[in-house]
Ligand binder design. Structure first.
Ligand code: FAD
Length: 280
């Protein structure tokens, strides 16, 4: 994307776990190069994926010509672990990273690591590597599920930005007003970095409800009811999902969102269908 007024699209992938998954990732990424993504990112630790899996997927995507950003979470990690990972990415010429606290696997307890929150990770990355990395952090328009209040969560977000983040990607949401309200409140606290909405395509009713329950994203009642009515009719769910998500994206872009970050789940079809409908 050539100028700051053109919305920037970015794409999120997860590390494949087997050969079929690897082929799916490459296929999806190749199809989605049509969008000319500003960058792509690869999740870390989520669903049991490993550090090596993230690094491998980043390499695969960079070999396809994408600017690829690994996600890096500090939960369960020592400073030395994080230093080693950052150095390895630096040695490979990676210039972006998505910095997160992450979550310990539920019910497993264990060592929380040396850094407690994402703002400490951002500070650590800046201390260790200066301006080498462009750092993205997470934002929660509908509040992070563990936060004590929306204003406390906002303050914690502002702390991450002040620690040196260059941009933010939001948790997904289906209510655009939550995003606009969050951006207004962040800007009122002096935040000037882009806050890019994270967009979850709607393709699978059960999976959407499960993810949303875990991450605290609200699926509006009318969407849940429509999806329930479609039952196993995948084509109708898909068509409805493309309509709903396209309308959300258009509203966001028309009202000032600086870009869109698609959670692809390693499938190109739904994000591409939305992108093709957008008037940008
Ligand atoms: P933080 O910003 O540290 O916030 C976590 C919680 O702590 C919030 O409730 C916040 O309000 C609170 N908090 C922050 N600072 C303080 C403080 N000083 N005192 C008290 N409370 C505080 N997870 C993965 O495992 N792998 C991934 O690849 C991944 N990618 C993601 C990408 C995006 C765009 C998003 C939105 C989320 C992603 N997640 C991923 C999920 C994320 O790890 C979880 O939501 C995690 O619970 C919080 O991470 P965070 O970086 O937002 O944490």
């Amino acid at each position: 994307m050539s100028d700051s007024t053109t919305p920037a699209f970015s794409l999120e992938f997860f590390p494949p776990r087997d050969l079929a998954g690897q082929e799916r990732l490459v296929r999806a990424a190749k199809q989605m190069l049509a969008i000319q993504p500003k960058y792509v990112s690869v999740t870390f630790g989520a669903g049991g994926s490993t550090r090596a899996g993230t690094a491998d997927a980043v390499r695969t995507l960079r070999n396809l010509g994408c600017d690829a950003a690994p996600h890096l979470s500090c939960v369960g990690a020592s400073r030395q672990d994080l230093r080693d990972i950052l150095q390895a990415y630096k040695n490979e010429g990676v210039r972006r990273v998505v910095a997160l606290r992450g979550d310990l696997p539920s019910g497993m307890g264990g060592d929380a690591g040396e850094l407690r929150y994402a703002n400490e990770l951002v500070s650590f990355i800046r201390e260790e590597t200066g301006d080498w990395f462009h750092i993205e952090v997470a934002a929660y328009p509908e509040m992070h599920p563990q936060a004590s209040s929306p204003s406390a969560d906002l303050d914690h977000f502002v702390a991450k930005v002040n620690a040196g983040a260059d941009a933010a990607i939001t948790q997904y949401f289906f209510n655009a007003d939550a995003y606009f309200d969050f951006v207004d409140r962040a800007q009122a606290k002096g935040v000037r970095v882009p806050i890019v909405p994270g967009i979850m395509p709607i393709t699978n009713h059960t999976q959407l409800l499960r993810f949303s329950e875990m991450c605290g994203a609200e699926v509006p009642r009318w969407i849940r009811l429509r999806l329930a009515e479609f039952g196993d009719d995948k084509a109708s769910i898909r068509a409805f999902g493309v309509d709903v998500v396209t309308e959300l994206c258009q509203n966001l872009l028309d009202n000032g969102a600086p870009g869109l970050h698609f959670y692809t789940l390693n499938h190109a079809d739904a994000p591409l269908a939305v992108w093709k409908e957008l008037a940008v």
